[in-house]
Design a protein around this ligand. Structure first.
Ligand SMILES: [Zn+2]
Length: 252
């Protein structure tokens, strides 16, 4: 990196820091990139396989219907992997940001629960949570930390089949959570998009919703994305390096 490039990055960070620290309402949207820095597999590229199965075909209602045991085996394996992953500096920077922002909403596409583990409070998990199970019969939901249990697990209340409370490919998002997300985006002064290529709907539209409502959109990602040109600020680098700098309060 040349000195000029480095100065440009510092300047962009400084300006973004001012915008973030002055905002009354901030919405953050996070994706796989922030978790990848904690060692959570992204299930893209070479990570997209488990045993000989394509993850895209396993995380579906059809796969669960035809072989719930196999799907649960995959999810318990994922729980086990994630149980040895910890929140990183980016997760903790967002906890700090929440403390200093009057209205703060964190929307995440991640299902690993790392934001809550770090201490974030107002979190909307639009794709669900791997550590929660749901009964397909009575609808009961509960936090479920089991990584080694009989599969498929059954509901203690009604004996029905339990499933991971995550949104699978081909399923729609929870309407309440989606509406709360849209409402937050429409009232945001700043939207910070972190570690997501932003091409998967509906998160892909979130930047546009916030911009249309007048928000300043800041994208933090290791590389430019197909959406970068829509946003006022693009900060390239690791979330764990950039976010702690971005939320520093010293230069207000
Ligand atoms: Zn039940």
């Amino acid at each position: 990196m040349t000195e000029t490039q480095s100065n440009e990055i510092q300047q962009a960070l400084k300006e973004a820091r001012k915008i973030v620290s002055c905002a009354r309402s901030v919405v953050v949207l996070t994706g796989a990139g922030i978790s990848a820095e904690s060692g959570v597999p992204t299930f893209r590229g070479k990570d997209g396989l488990w045993k000989s199965y394509n993850v895209m075909e396993l995380a579906t209602p059809q796969a669960f219907k035809s072989n719930p045991k196999l799907v649960w085996e995959f999810y318990l394996w994922r729980r086990k992997l994630i149980s040895s992953c910890f929140p990183n500096r980016a997760h903790y920077a967002l906890v700090e940001l929440e403390k200093h922002t009057p209205e703060f909403t964190l929307i995440t596409q991640n299902v690993d629960g790392l934001h809550s583990k770090a201490g974030s409070r107002n979190v909307l998990e639009i794709h669900g949570n791997l550590w929660r199970s749901r009964c397909i019969q009575c609808g009961d939901k509960f936090m479920d930390s089991r990584i080694d249990c009989e599969i498929p697990p059954l509901c203690e209340k009604c004996g029905g089949l339990l499933r991971p409370d995550v949104v699978w490919f081909g399923e729609t998002l929870d309407t309440t959570i989606l509406n709360r997300s849209i409402n937050a985006l429409e009232h945001a002064e700043v939207l910070l998009i972190v570690g997501t290529s932003g091409v998967v709907e509906p998160a892909a539209s979130f930047g546009a919703v916030a911009r249309a409502a007048g928000a300043h959109v800041i994208e933090v990602n290791i590389e430019r994305t197909p959406r970068s040109q829509m946003y006022q600020t693009v900060l390239l680098g690791r979330a764990g390096d950039i976010l702690p700098e971005l939320v520093k309060n010293s230069e207000v």
